[in-house]
Design a protein around this ligand. Structure first.
Ligand code: R5P
Length: 312
């Protein structure tokens, strides 16, 4: 395969630099700016003809700007004769609207998949999708990584006692099972009802949590409503220490305020798929890096090697 080349948009340049550091290579030069009215202006800083190009760009906030930067960068790469273009989206935004769960709503996850393919992406590398089935929205190869290994390495060091892994809703049961298996823990599930896009309510808790340390796992934390409800339910049913491991720290609206108020939560672990702005830093939020994992996946994809060992 031709030379490995990595570009980044403005979404998470620190993660892109960390990936390049792991790969012992330099991030390629690109100008990603704006015209006076706000349109995105891109100019690749080097020749990409025949190169195997990876573009690191999670579609986190501002989602529309970051998505559009990614699409325009892919277009520039395609028109500059890159031999293969991989969209590396450690956080794949617009994923929560992944089905018609009520009349007259879009399926944005499918729309984004179509946009990426139309722009010229040859493959996608992503992590902890909101729903695994989103892979099927693409007709190009998708490599879907999991952050569970990164979290588990850290959580075992906490030496938690009689651990129960808690899924805060039915959607995260599969993920919770993967954690429980690796940690030798039991499993509990919260029956969550969503009252509005910003408000969730825990109805029932299935499983035994009394006197146990608990680890809530989820793909993303937005307002923090789901996690706060889960913490409340766990306290009600007499769990001991409560932690959370949540892959993508979207942390929108009152999220940090909610975490601050939630004194029953010992610590929340997130990853660096989304940059944590200074104003969102909190002593109980700990960021773990997925850069080495993404770097290994990029190396393997480039060398046409299997990535399945990264799931172990
Ligand atoms: C829902 O299905 C997701 O997995 C998350 O639980 C949810 O999107 C988190 O949102 P919030 O933090 O606003 O409750």
């Amino acid at each position: 395969m031709d030379k490995l080349t990595i570009f980044s948009g403005n979404a998470n340049p620190v993660l892109a630099q960390d990936i390049c550091k792991s790969l012992k290579m330099k991030l390629s030069e690109v100008f990603v700016g704006r015209f006076s009215e706000g349109e995105i202006r891109i100019k690749l800083g080097e020749n990409v003809r025949g190169k195997d190009v990876f573009v690191i760009q999670p579609t986190c906030s501002p989602p529309n700007e970051n998505l559009m930067e990614l699409l325009i960068m892919i277009d520039a790469l395609r028109r500059s004769s890159a031999s293969r273009i991989t969209a590396v989206m450690p956080y794949f935004g617009y994923a929560r609207q992944d089905r018609k769960d009520q009349p007259r709503v879009p399926i944005t996850a499918k729309l984004v998949a179509n946009l990426l393919t139309t722009a010229g992406a040859d493959r996608v590398l992503t992590m902890d999708l909101h729903a695994g089935q989103i892979q099927g929205f693409f007709d190009i190869p998708v490599d879907h990584l999991f952050a569970v290994g990164v979290f588990v390495d850290h959580i075992v060091k906490l030496k938690l006692k009689d651990l129960v892994v808690v899924s805060p809703d039915v959607g995260s049961i599969k993920m919770a099972r993967a954690y429980a298996k690796r940690l030798g823990a039991s499993l509990a599930v919260i029956d969550k009802r969503r009252i509005s896009p910003e408000k969730a309510e825990a109805m029932y808790l299935l499983g035994d949590v009394e006197g146990k340390d608990a680890l809530i796992v989820d793909d993303l934390i937005a307002t923090g409503g789901s996690m706060i409800e889960a913490v409340g339910a766990l306290k009600k049913y007499k769990a001991r220490k409560i932690f959370a491991a949540i892959s993508h720290g979207v942390l929108s609206g009152p999220a940090v305020e909610n975490i601050d108020k939630c004194k029953d939560l010992e610590k929340i672990f997130i990853t660096d798929t989304i940059p944590l702005d200074d104003h969102k830093q909190h002593p109980r939020i700990k960021v773990l890096s997925v850069a080495p994992l993404l770097a290994e996946a990029i190396k393997r994809i480039h060398n046409e090697e299997s990535v399945s060992c990264l799931f172990d």
